[in-house]
Structures are given as C-alpha cells and as structure tokens.
Design a protein around this ligand. Structure first.
Ligand code: FAD
Length: 312
C-alpha cells in the first residue's frame, strides 16, 4: 500500500477542507479518542509532556500548533502567541542540541490574507526561536501556495539561514526545487505530499510518487545541505541509508522524520540503530484538517475510524 492507492482519498481530502463537516466531526464524542492517536493533545502542557517523553527516548521533535487557512489576522496573531509561548517552554527544557524544533504553516500565519502579514509573523517566530536556539521548519501546503511559501522562506533565510522548509515529491516541480535547496545550510524535509493535487502538477500513481521521492532524495543526499527524510515507507528509509553511505555522509548530517503516533516501533529501531529521528508532534484544537489527511493516507486508519462508529 502507498500514499495514493486509497479510493476514498480524494473524497476524504475534499472533506478535510469542509467547515460544515469539521463542525459535525468536532461534535462527535467518539472522534476524540481517534484524534488522540495522531495529536498530542489540545493544550501546550499536553504538547510539552509529549515532547519530554520523546526527547527522553532519544528522539528529536518538531512541534506544530495546529491550524491552517486562517482568514482573520487576530487568529494569525493567536498562532504567533502560541509559538512564542511554546518556545519559552522549550527554553526551560534540558534537551540535547538540535532535538527541539517547531514547524509552521504559513497559511496559519495569514498567508491567505496578505503575504506580508505571514512574512512578518514568521519573522517574529524565527527571531524568538533563534534567541532560544531552536530550529524552525516551514511546512508545505497545497500547490497553489508553493511559490509564495518558497519565496517567503528565501527572504527569511537571509536573516535566518538555518530556516528549513518542506518539498513534496508528488509535485512535478520538486526535483528542480531540490537542486536549488541542496546547498550549504539548506534544511529540506522531503515528504511525499498529503494534499489532493491535479494531474497537471502532481504525479498521481503511487509508484511515480515513490520514484520521484527517490530521485529527489538522491539530489539532497549528494548535496551539501541537511536532508530530513520524512516518510514511514521502508523503501524510502532504505534508500536514504543507501544514498547517505554512497555520499560518505555522517549520521549527524541528515535525519529521519515520522509523524506522532505512526510506526512507533520503527522510530525506536532507527534510534537504537544510531540514527537521528525526529517526530512531528501536532497539538491544539484545530485538529480536523490534519486528522482527515491522516485518514486519507491509509485505509487502515480509515477502517479504525469506521469500525469505531459502527460499534458505538
Ligand atoms: P505512505 O505512502 O503513506 O506509506 C508507505 C508505506 O509506509 C506503507 O506501505 C507501509 O509500509 C508504511 N507505513 C505507513 N504508515 C504505516 C503505519 N501506520 N504502520 C505501519 N506501516 C506504515 N505532507 C505535506 O504535504 N506537507 C508537509 O509539510 C508534511 N510534513 C510532514 C512531516 C513529517 C515528519 C512526515 C512524516 C510527513 C509529513 N507530511 C507532510 C505527510 C507526507 O506528505 C505523507 O502524506 C505521509 O508521510 C505519508 O507518506 P509516507 O511517505 O509516510 O508513505
């Protein structure tokens, strides 16, 4: 099974964008338990508890304050405040260098309202993160935002050269983008991609997405940057190991990444094997879009959900 072979995927990804369904789902008591499989909790203390447990197990973390497609600037400001507060909590933790990171979605910082608002908000967060010695990575969202997101990242990297971003292997443009972002101090999280994208811009067949991922990974591993291999797919994980060895890379010059609650045993195995492994930890009450993308990814996740509804 792979990312795109779920026949319900397009419907679930369309549902992920429906405010009406979001309202209905949020009112269903049963969803909470399911959401907890993928989300660390609603509050900052919940996130901090998850972070401490992961860091104590030798894993790195990247915390995401859930939210996206913000259309009001007060909401965007609330997101900034949540990150500033989280960074303050990070600064009191006794954690190994590199182990703490935050992930941002520019759409949650106001990208849909005004590019300069998202840029200014991201800059505020980057400045605080730099002050407390924490890495920042900008998530990738749907393809209509790619150019804007990469241009904001380029602009921010003038002042914050370690700012990372995400490239999605399902996009046909990504191989080219990998060439641009494989230079010194470039931190790129390579993932397959989680949105519903048209054939004009994105590979549709799972095998084509995987092939693209492997090509992109090779470019990043042969480059001078810091590749972040975000995948649960054993084939991608093996390919990363192969390319890293071939390029003579030290294990500290790249890392693996997986999502909170997914393949926990494999996460532990990589750490036991001496690899760097970062877990993406989402928290907050705006879990709906994130949760629906996880259901769309994997028929097994969806079946778990359906079964819990019928056995209520
Ligand atoms: P898939 O194609 O979903 O799975 C391939 C194989 O992995 C499966 O066949 C199975 O062998 C194995 N596998 C997968 N799940 C399980 C499981 N639960 N148990 C056992 N085996 C399993 N997407 C974006 O669009 N933008 C982002 O910014 C972004 N950030 C991400 C950050 C991280 C750290 C990660 C891990 C993913 C991120 N994604 C992001 C999501 C990503 O694009 C994919 O949608 C998601 O990771 C699923 O693709 P996959 O590579 O894991 O493999």
């Amino acid at each position: 099974t792979t990312v795109l072979n779920n026949p319900l995927r397009p419907a679930l990804l369309a549902a992920a964008r429906s405010p009406r369904l979001e309202g209905a789902m949020s009112r269903m008591r049963i969803t909470r338990k399911l959401v907890d499989r993928f989300v660390a909790g609603e509050s900052e203390p919940d996130a901090v508890a998850a972070v401490l447990a992961l860091v104590n197990s030798g894993r790195f973390v990247s915390v995401d304050y859930l939210g996206e497609d913000t259309v009001d600037s007060a909401q965007a400001q609330a997101t900034v405040d949540a990150y500033l507060s989280l960074l303050q909590s990070y600064s009191t933790m006794d954690a190994a260098p590199r182990s703490l990171e935050i992930s941002l979605k520019l759409s949650a910082l106001g990208q849909g309202i005004d590019r300069s608002l998202a840029l200014a908000n991201a800059r505020t967060i980057c400045a605080k993160a730099e002050q407390v010695g924490v890495w920042v990575t900008v998530d990738a969202e749907d393809h209509t935002s790619t150019d804007s997101t990469l241009s904001i990242v380029r602009e921010l990297r003038v002042d914050f050269p370690d700012l990372g971003t995400v490239l999605q292997a399902y996009l046909k443009r990504t191989e080219q983008d990998c060439h641009e972002f494989s230079g010194p101090r470039s931190r790129i999280r390579l993932c397959k991609g989680a949105y519903n994208e048209p054939a004009s811009v994105a590979f549709q067949k799972p095998v084509d997405v995987s092939d693209s991922y492997v090509r992109c990974l090779q470019i990043l591993m042969e480059g001078d940057g810091y590749p972040m291999v975000a995948s649960h797919d054993p084939e991608m994980i093996d390919a990363a190991d192969r390319f890293a060895r071939a390029a003579g890379r030290d294990v500290s010059s790249y890392e693996y990444q997986m999502l909170y609650g997914i393949r926990d045993a494999e996460q532990a195995r990589l750490v036991a094997d001496g690899k760097q492994l970062r877990v993406y930890v989402p928290y907050g009450n705006q879990w709906y879009g994130y949760f629906m993308r996880r259901l769309a990814e994997r028929p097994a996740n969806l079946m778990f959900f359906v079964r819990s509804l019928v056995s209520r």
